[in-house]
Write a protein that binds this ligand. Structure first.
Ligand code: SF4
Ligand code: F3S
Ligand code: ZN
Length: 103
């Protein structure tokens, strides 16, 4: 499961579509965590898609990640600022790849 303390235990190594990327990143096998308020551990995500389908405000967008051992696409929290903290995505992800910091 994603480490809920990722922002203390990892370093921000990049930015993607306006959100943080928390390392380590070693493409294409190791992709780190995307987002901060809505954080998706790309190394755990296996492209189940429940979060993309269920989020009521369309926070997630698919991104292609060819060569990643778990899956060749990931749910990217592209619109994390729109999140309304419903926690649905956290509940439906079968591999606990998502952390939402509802404060
Ligand atoms: Fe979307 Fe709710 Fe998850 Fe926020 S907590 S990203 S609103 S499903
Ligand atoms: Fe990935 Fe979990 Fe969403 S596996 S696509 S973060 S439901
Ligand atoms: Zn991203």
């Amino acid at each position: 499961a994603i480490d809920p303390q990722f922002n203390e235990n990892r370093e921000q190594v990049d930015e993607h579509e306006g959100h943080a990327v928390w390392g380590p990143v070693e493409e294409p096998e190791e992709l780190g965590i995307h987002g901060t308020h809505v954080a998706v551990d790309f190394d755990i995500c296996l492209a189940d898609g429940a979060c993309v389908e269920d989020c009521p405000v369309d926070v997630f967008e698919w991104v292609d990640t060819p060569g990643h051992p778990e899956s060749e696409e990931k749910a990217d929290p592209a619109n994390e600022a729109q999140c309304i903290d419903c926690m649905l995505c956290v509940d439906v992800c079968p591999v606990d790849a998502i952390d939402v910091d509802a404060g």
